[in-house]
Design a protein around this ligand. Structure first.
Ligand SMILES: [Zn+2]
Length: 420
């Protein structure tokens, strides 16, 4: 169960002139275990001076042991270790059982607090979390047989780390934070979601319901920012892991932020128009949606390749997308046989759209009507609206949004400014 590879490393801390080392009661208890046990109080003082001067390098914390390189005043360096006995599996089991029952203890730990009650409850189960007299066993390459200035300095540094995060002590005792929380989860406790007060006392339902009325009204929504903001730059000196394309990730983050902003604006009733993202886009559709966000060349290239289009196909698709999202894309890329009823309605619409002598000659294939002798085309959408198309560089390209009236659509396709 225990991950023996668990290890945390803490960067060297800056010098701490003139301040106490342990601010918390558990940090102080840790130091007391050192100070009361050291036979030579001079070494403890030296250690405190060294730690205060910033002589302790990065501290590695593992089950049963902390390690650091300490620089002495004569500039020699020493590898110092301080050993603390790990809890046995059996002791951990008892601790976890206790913690499951007292969800408040874990909640406190997650707040980086270690209430005395937690330590007392653990002790009642025969589990000593804090080191006692003589429990901090020194080991140093200066060959001292008791605590030397180096191991004492390491203990002082450790007190500063413990102040910030009591989980460091539990790691030394054999369990890292993640393992511990996983094991609690396995025991059917969900400490993270539970409020300590509710778990222990409970609140009468009627009381909780009545309190709803006396709650203050919700605060006003914050002002909508001017835009979704700049995504973080992922450009670092580090070479990305294989298969990771930071530029593409940056683009996706920006696209997601833009979409979130659009939804927020819509929810606030100051919608910007634009096309709502459909619930389930296919990959090929989503690639077009992303490409419509005007990414740079390289990303456009990937979106084209990834969605089975060449660059020009993708350009046309983006153009269609801007006129009408998924429906427009389907009209661009799919051709389908029109059902009899829709066909009859479409013919009637074409019939009545023009006076007899002005009616263009249209040749139909499936849902596409091409004006003979011109570079214009009408495409019938599934909802019965007409999409203007125009032939450009040998390819049919969308020329505008869909309309009910085929004459208007054709005029748009012709580029008639009166009807555009
Ligand atoms: Zn030493």
């Amino acid at each position: 169960m225990t991950d023996r590879n668990e290890e945390r490393t803490f960067a060297a801390l800056p010098p701490a002139p003139g301040r106490g080392f342990a601010q918390t009661w558990w940090g102080q208890a840790w130091l007391k275990a050192l100070e009361d046990a050291a036979l030579d109080s001079e070494q403890v003082k030296t250690g405190r001076r060294l730690a205060r001067a910033g002589a302790v390098g990065a501290v590695s914390v593992r089950p049963g042991r902390i390690t650091a390189v300490v620089q002495d005043r004569d500039h020699t360096t020493h590898r110092a270790d301080v050993l603390l006995q790990e809890l046995s599996e059996e002791q951990w089991n008892r601790f976890l059982d206790m913690a499951v029952e007292r969800a408040g203890h874990i909640a406190a730990l997650l707040d980086r607090d270690m209430p005395p009650h937690l330590v007392e409850d653990a002790a009642a189960e025969g589990v000593e979390l804090l080191p006692g007299l003589g429990d901090l066993e020194p080991k140093c390459d200066c060959d001292a047989w008791d605590h030397c200035g180096h191991t004492a300095a390491l203990c002082y540094q450790m007190a500063r780390l413990l102040d910030q995060d009591p989980f460091v002590l539990l790691l030394m005792r054999g369990r890292g934070e993640r393992t511990l929380l996983e094991e609690l989860q396995e025991r059917g406790s969900a400490p993270v979601q539970e409020s300590p007060d509710l778990s222990q006392e409970g609140v009468d339902a009627a009381e909780a319901y009545a309190a709803g009325d006396i709650l203050p009204p919700l605060p006003a929504l914050p002002e909508l920012p001017d835009g979704p903001g700049q995504p973080p730059s992922l450009e670092t000196e580090t070479t990305p892991a294989p298969g990771v394309d930071p530029v593409a990730v940056e683009f996706l983050a920006a696209a997601a932020a833009g979409e979130a902003y659009r939804l927020l604006a819509e929810a606030r009733g100051s919608g910007h128009g634009g096309h709502a993202v459909e619930a389930e886009l296919t990959l090929a559709q989503d690639a077009v949606r992303l490409a419509a966000g005007s990414p740079d060349q390289a990303i456009t290239q990937r979106l084209a390749g990834g969605s089975g289009r060449d660059r020009e196909d993708l350009q046309l698709a983006v153009c269609a997308w801007r006129y009408g999202g998924v429906a427009a894309l389907s009209v661009l890329e799919d051709e389908w046989a029109v059902e009899a009823e829709s066909l009859a309605r479409a013919r009637a619409a074409l019939e009545s759209a023009w006076d007899e002598d002005e009616r263009p000659r249209l040749r139909a294939t499936h849902n596409r009507w091409t004006a003979v002798g011109t570079s214009t085309q009408l495409r019938l959408g599934r909802d019965g609206r007409w999409w203007p198309y125009r032939k450009e560089r040998g390819r049919w390209a969308p020329a505008g949004p869909p309309v009910r009236d085929p004459a208007t659509a054709l005029a748009t396709a012709e580029g008639d400014p009166m009807n555009g």
